[in-house]
Design a protein around this ligand. Structure first.
Ligand code: ARG
Length: 647
């Protein structure tokens, strides 16, 4: 409605809107529709043919939209001639310049003044929803009828193993998964954030035995994740020592037998270890857990609950909150039995020397043969994933499910999805996607002690604090330097992780990621903080500006400089960038854009002075920078970063 009035001022009597476009929320939709309309009227070519040919330009020299005339699929021999003809026919428009022809391309440049007048108020009005409002339809079950509700997606990510270190694979899954969950959220989906913990198996018997020997109640409560890991390391060592003892005893027995000596003492030693050693005790303990022995399960549950409490605090530092802490332990025997029956009935599985396998080589050589039940009847990681998937359908009835897991597990997930497919579980296999990612190389921190997410974040925070201290004058102005260093450190880690394509490996480089130079987290934070400081300075110098409504009071025709025009164009493209990100599912799509904007901002400050400029100009530029801050903020939050206001 506001848009219709604004367009009237430019002499347009209606809002151009091709089907399935959202001109009120997406400036590019408006312009694509407008150009389509004019070109269709001028050429007689149908709008539905023209619209999809209007692409975003890569270089700003080529304008804002570009059309390759071949793509119009008209029976014309001389394409350059055809391009010229179309350009000539294209009428005067209040929004775009006459198209510029380069070869067979038509290049459309948006007129700067109307663009600023359309985009800036719309950013300022929409605020945190700018961009996201244009993507809401993606999450609707039926975009034509919003009352039918939203689609549901499960994003499973992070999924560490209790009592084991939080390694690079978990770090990346956490960061990328957190981003994807935000992305679908922002695109109007109903998102379930799920953590699938490694919290079951014989090793939890080992842990319980270890806790009896080496555990401390006090330590457990204080630092459950670290303490359980310490206990696990100690008890594993005892188990390994026992295994060594058995091995050397066996060797000695062999020798003694040859020499005809007595071996009964050694045999007794072996027997004792085999009957009472850590390994056997752990087996017994885990058997009790499987039999639902209350005491055994109680202890295990306590470890799990305390660990989860601690995880929650750490995830909160990354702005992540889970809706569901699932885990291998949550997969019921019933669901695994049910899956086993289906596998058998559909002749998917077969018996192989007492074990149950699924021969996937029939479908694809590289999928190999998957073991689903061991000879001794115990289930496996894969079996649990099959049962868990069915449970998730029952619990959530999702429309899509994403597993964010390192590419080391490509085979595992490919097997999982294929098995579900040949089981006839279309309601699962057709909806699942594995989002994979490459490795982190050289992830050693200064102290070399970082094993848990908390340690990693603490070390990067310290490093960041050092970097900040190196600029004494600035450091003195920061209110809560430690807290800021912490936030900047987290941004450093996250941006480093999301900068490249997911599948690429990268090197964990503390110095580089914490630098204020180059495309880093701190640099992005600085761009945001600087924009915040501009507003603070303006208000300090001219307090009444705080009450000015920038959406209406700013005279945007004053934004004439090339830098200002360029910034407005960048701001206009955010909704389209977001839509594209839903397609690429790559955080780098967002980051590349944000860095481009940060660079455009850096090179604008010298030309677009705010404080000290004449009042009208000051207000117009303040509107521009406030809108830029909003878009940076929206992008950073989508990535899971906490934008800082001062640093
Ligand atoms: N806990 C596993 C690991 O650390 C990752 C779990 C991935 N998710 C799944 N559904 N299998 O390797």
């Amino acid at each position: 409605e506001g848009l219709a009035t604004a367009l009237q001022d430019f002499g347009l009597d209606h809002v151009p809107a091709e089907p399935n476009t959202y001109p009120a929320h997406n400036p590019f939709d408006l312009y694509r529709s407008h150009v389509t309309e004019l070109l269709s009227q001028a050429s007689g070519i149908e709008p539905k043919i023209i619209y999809p040919t209007l692409g975003k330009t890569v270089k700003s020299e080529h304008g804002d939209l570009q059309l390759a005339v071949q793509a119009l699929r008209q029976k014309r021999k001389d394409m350059p001639e055809f391009a010229k003809e179309l350009a000539d026919k294209f009428p005067e428009s209040p929004l775009v310049e006459k198209p510029v022809v380069t070869g067979t391309f038509l290049n459309f440049f948006f007129k700067p003044e109307p663009l600023a007048k359309l985009v800036l108020p719309s950013v300022l009005k929409a605020g945190p929803s700018y961009g996201f409002a244009a993507a809401q339809h993606l999450g609707l079950k039926d975009p034509a009828d919003p009352s039918k509700g939203r689609k549901k997606i499960i994003v499973e990510f992070s999924s560490p193993n209790i009592a084991k270190p939080f390694h690079a694979g978990h770090l990346r899954s956490t960061i990328i998964g957190g981003f994807l969950a935000n992305l679908y959220d922002g695109a109007g989906w109903d998102v379930v954030r799920m953590n699938y913990l490694g919290d079951w198996g014989k090793q939890y018997g080992v842990l319980a035995i270890g806790f009896d020997l080496y555990g401390s109640e006090e330590e457990l409560v204080k630092n459950p994740i670290g303490h359980l890991y310490d206990v696990y390391v100690k008890i594993s060592k005892s188990a390994a020592e026992e295994a060594d003892t058995v091995k050397s005893a066996k060797e000695e027995i062999a020798k003694k037998k040859e020499a005809g000596e007595d071996t009964s003492e050694l045999e007794a030693k072996i027997k004792k270890i085999e009957e009472e050693g850590v390994d056997q005790q752990a087996r017994n303990y885990f058997a009790k857990m499987c039999d639902k022995d209350e005491k055994a399960l109680g202890i295990w549950k306590r470890f799990r609950d305390l660990s989860i409490e601690k995880y929650k605090q750490t995830y909160a530092r990354l702005n992540i909150k889970y809706d569901d802490y699932s885990g291998e332990s949550q997969v019921t025997d019933e669901s695994m039995d049910h899956a086993a029956r289906v596998l058998e009935e559909k002749k998917v599985s077969e018996n192989s020397e007492g074990a149950i396998i699924v021969d996937l080589t029939k479908h694809s050589k590289k999928l190999g043969k998957a073991l689903v039940k061991k000879k001794d009847g115990t289930s496996l990681y894969l079996t649990r994933d099959i049962g868990e998937a069915r449970q998730r359908v029952e619990k959530y009835n999702f429309d899509k499910m994403i597993y964010v897991v390192a590419s080391q597990q490509d085979l595992h997930l490919a097997q999982l999805f294929k098995i579900e497919e040949i089981m006839g579980w279309d309601d699962i296999s057709k909806k699942c996607q594995h989002i994979n990612f490459g490795m982190v190389l050289g992830m050693s921190t200064r102290k070399g002690t970082a094993k848990f997410l908390d340690d990693i974040l603490a070390e990067v925070g310290e490093k960041m604090h050092d970097v900040m201290k190196s600029n004494e004058t600035k450091y003195a102005q920061v209110d809560e330097p430690e807290k800021t260093a912490d936030t900047l450190g987290i941004s450093a880690v996250m941006v480093q992780d999301m900068k490249g394509k997911r599948i690429n490996n990268y090197t964990f480089d503390m110095d580089r990621m914490c630098s204020f130079e180059g495309d880093t987290g701190p640099y992005l934070q600085y761009a945001h903080a600087r924009l915040c400081s501009i507003t603070r300075k303006v208000v300090a110098a001219t307090p009444d500006v705080a009450d000015v409504d920038l959406t209406t009071a700013a005279d945007l025709t004053l934004l004439k400089e090339a830098q200002a025009v360029n910034l407005v164009r960048e701001l206009a493209s955010w909704p389209d960038i977001l839509l594209n990100t839903v397609k690429t599912q790559e955080p780098t799509t967002v980051l590349t854009y944000l860095f481009k904007m940060a660079h455009a901002l850096s090179s604008s400050y010298d030309h677009l002075q705010v404080v000290g400029s004449e009042r009208e100009i000051m207000i117009a530029r303040l509107a521009l920078y406030t809108a830029a801050r909003q878009v940076l903020n929206n992008g950073m939050r989508l990535l899971g970063l906490n934008p800082v206001e001062r640093m």
